[in-house]
Design a protein around this ligand. Structure first.
Ligand code: PNS
Length: 165
């Protein structure tokens, strides 16, 4: 598909989606005509996910329906190949802290070597979500912490069911 500069890709594992991810997706949705939320579907990558790709995709789809210009798709290839396939010219990611910056700089250099034509765009996390991560939410859920302001209700229920003691 020919590149379409009005389509952006928001990639991630989203295990599970948090309000921090949703903040970045909503801001990207205001900047581009179409935003594809690209959900990693590689079972052997970084160990097993808590939720299946189907569950993660459903959580993202339900949480972004009202934005109107979001597509949610699984991918299991190089991110830049998927971006090209989908006609996206930009990859949009959120940055929370210096630790994110180091990781994202490395990813950026790798991606740029593979596909100099696919640009990456970074949105700074909104301060109220700068501490928020999927792994932090899973840790809280495991020990009965309050996660209601961190993830959509459907995700909070699923986390409590799967991890609650
Ligand atoms: O934050 P995450 O969930 O670890 O991000 C996943 C992803 C794919 C956005 C990140 O690892 C990345 O930018 N990877 C670039 C290299 C690549 O294409 N890997 C294949 C992933 S299926």
């Amino acid at each position: 598909m020919a590149p379409d500069n009005r389509t952006a890709l928001c990639p991630g594992t989203f295990d599970p989606i948090t309000y921090g991810h949703l903040d970045v997706i909503a801001r990207a949705s205001a900047m581009y005509d179409t935003v594809i939320v690209a959900v990693v579907n590689v079972p052997w990558r970084k160990g097993k996910t808590l939720f299946t790709a189907e569950e993660r995709i459903a959580f993202v789809g339900n949480a972004t329906r009202e934005l109107g210009n979001i597509k949610v798709m699984p991918f299991a290839s190089l991110l830049v190949d998927f971006a090209r396939e989908q006609g996206a010219m930009a990859i949009v990611k959120g940055l929370r802290a210096i630790s994110d910056f180091e990781y994202e700089l490395e990813m950026n250099q790798l991606n740029r070597r593979q596909a100099p034509d696919v640009e990456s765009v970074y949105l700074m996390a909104s301060p109220k979500y700068s501490f928020l991560s999927s792994s932090g939410v899973k840790e809280l859920a495991t020990f009965g912490g309050n996660i209601t302001d961190l993830v959509p209700d459907e995700v909070a229920s699923a986390l409590k069911e799967r991890l609650g003691r």
